[in-house]
Design a protein around this ligand. Sequence first.
Ligand code: FAD
Length: 379
Amino acid sequence: MPKRAYDVLVLGAGGVGSAALYQLAKRGIHAAALDRFHPPHRFGSSHGQTRIIRQAYFEHPSYVPLLQRSYELWREIEAASERSLYHEVGLIEIGPTDGIVLPGVMRAAAQFHLEIDRYSAAEAKRLFPQFVFPDDHTVVFERRAGYLKVEDCVAAFLAMAQRHGAEVIADTEVARWGHDGAGYCVSTSTGEYRAAKLIIAGGAGAKVLLRGINAPLQALRKHMHWYEIDDARLQESSGAPCFFFESSHGYFYGFPELAGGEGLKVAEHGGGETWEPSWNDNQSADPEDQRRIEAFLQRSILGVSRRPVRHETCLYTMTPDENFLLGLYPGDKRIAVAAGLSGHGFKFAAVLGEALADLVEQGSSQLPIEFLSPNRFAV
Ligand SMILES: Cc1cc2nc3c(=O)[nH]c(=O)nc-3n(C[C@H](O)[C@H](O)[C@H](O)COP(=O)(O)OP(=O)(O)OC[C@H]3O[C@@H](n4cnc5c(N)ncnc54)[C@H](O)[C@@H]3O)c2cc1C
């Protein structure tokens, strides 16, 4: 016997699913989100204290309008939930002038008139003495950038969704879903649920939930490290920004020490080992990843120790072109999908939730999301 019936069921209540549930509930749509764990949790992609948010998007300028809407929505959910989620500490980005990051930042900033300060390595050394800048690199500083408190964002969306009448059905794994003429039937570890429409936002589990369209997704296990600091200038309270370095060694990024200690957080954006959705809780560290991180710290940051204080693993879900999959499920206007956020999606969670709600409510969205259509991989 089916348990309950809804207008919309959201499969996955992580970063994106929680935002979608909030949007649905705010619109008065009878909705619930199903999650295998109890979100926010540390077994998917939306945990580990912080996520960088920025607007001068080196990956592709087409993301900028979505980011601008996302900023508005982050401020909206902050006000509604009375939580501080977005911390505008700024971001320095460092790289070769002919690399990927710097030209991309400049292109997006020029196209959308975004405020960016550009410095030579010598000027940057004077302004940010805690960082080491190679002489032939350029540095940009984006003032309207910073970090989001990742678990708090998920918790805020879920709490606000519930306040608007939505349900969060935790500890419930979706095994499969299908249409039986009367609507969708979702089979889970705790029984069957029914809905007129679906939103699929399963993060690294999306490959299983989207098996009908053979989505080209690859999940990667990634590491986050926290190190004790020896220099107070690396603290947020001293004005230290987030940072993103491109060099011949790879892409490394991190966050100042937040109030309450726990050290400076740092991670590598590239690489990662393939992860299969077997849901094993493998949180173990990788000595090679740690070696690369410590070599980066040695090269690039002054006043941070080699004393690790915390380590966590997390999942990227990659598409072949590293752009998201966002749109209607191919061939079915009653299902909206967000997947393959390729390690840069959290800052968009607020606007992706809005886009998904638009798609299931109206069959389309005014947001400029066409470039992310899942149809681009259809054979
Ligand atoms: C180390 C790391 C650093 C990152 N840094 C940044 C950054 O600085 N800035 C940025 O913007 N982005 C960053 N990202 C990317 C960003 O965090 C992700 O793109 C985003 O969190 C993905 O959200 P999601 O909702 O798709 O996945 P999740 O938050 O993982 O949500 C998916 C949910 O679906 C559930 N689920 C899956 N399968 C099932 C099933 N069968 N049944 C029931 N429930 C299911 C899971 O339990 C999970 O809760 C980073 C990611 C990582 C891993």
